[in-house]
Design a protein around this ligand. Structure first.
Ligand SMILES: CC(C)(COP(=O)(O)OP(=O)(O)OC[C@H]1O[C@@H](n2cnc3c(N)ncnc32)[C@H](O)[C@@H]1OP(=O)(O)O)[C@@H](O)C(=O)NCCC(=O)NCCS
Length: 153
C-alpha cells in the first residue's frame, strides 16, 4: 500500500477524538514514550492551548503532530511519521505545514525537546533552522538528557 501513496493527495487535518488510539500507538512506536492514549485524549480535549494534527492520504495514517500554541509561542510536543514511511519526505511536508500555521498565527518562537541520541530528528530540526539552545538534564523518564531547540520566526 505504501508505494501507492501520492504526496499531492496527502492532507494535514485536525486530529479527532476517534484517532487518538492510532495516534497513541504511533507515538509509542516512534518515540520511547510511556504515555498512554488517554493522556493524549485528556490533553486534546481539556487543554485550550493544545493542537493535534494528523497527516493522512485517504484512509492511510501517515503521521502526526502535536503542539501547545500559547499566544506567540509554539511548543512542539511530538512530530512523528510511521516507521515504514520515514525518509520519504513526509516529515518535511508536516514541518512546512507547521511553519505555515506559525506564520498565519503570527508566532514568534517555536521550541521543542529532543533526545541527545536522536540524531535523525536533530538533523531534521536543524534543516528547518532550529538551533540547540540548552541541555535539559534527565529530561526523559529513562534519564536521557534533551536538547532544547528553538527557532525564531
Ligand atoms: C524525524 C521525522 C519526523 C522525520 O520525518 P521523515 O519523513 O522521516 O523525514 P523526511 O524524509 O521528510 O526528511 C526530512 C529531513 O530529515 C532528516 N532526515 C530524515 N531521515 C534521516 C536519516 N535517516 N538520517 C539523517 N537525517 C535524516 C534530513 O535532514 C531530511 O532532509 P533531506 O531530505 O533534505 O535530507 C521521522 O524520522 C520520525 O518520525 N522519527 C521518529 C519520531 C521522532 O524522533 N520525532 C521527533 C521527536 S523530538
Amino acid at each position: 500500500m505504501d508505494a501507492e501513496l501520492s504526496k499531492e493527495k496527502v492532507k494535514v487535518l485536525p486530529l479527532e477524538k476517534n484517532d487518538i488510539y492510532v495516534y497513541g500507538s504511533l507515538m509509542r512506536k516512534t518515540l520511547k514514550t510511556v504515555q498512554c492514549s488517554d493522556d493524549y485524549l485528556n490533553d486534546l480535549t481539556s487543554n485550550a492551548f493544545s493542537r493535534y494534527f494528523k497527516m493522512v492520504e485517504g484512509g492511510t495514517f501517515i503521521g502526526a503532530l502535536s503542539i501547545w500554541h500559547v499566544f506567540e509561542d509554539i511548543q512542539i510536543l511530538t512530530i512523528g511519521i510511521c516507521p515504514s514511511l520515514q525518509g520519504r519526505g513526509f516529515g518535511n511536508q508536516l514541518m512546512l505545514f507547521l511553519l505555515d500555521y506559525a506564520k498565519m498565527h503570527a508566532v514568534e518562537r517555536l521550541s521543542l525537546e529532543v533526545r541527545l541520541s536522536n540524531q535523525v530528528a536533530i538533523q531534521f530540526y536543524e534543516k528547518f533552522g532550529f538551533k540547540k539552545e540548552a541541555i535539559r538534564k534527565n529530561y526523559y523518564n529513562d534519564g536521557e538528557d534533551a536538547h532544547l531547540m528553538v527557532k525564531y520566526v
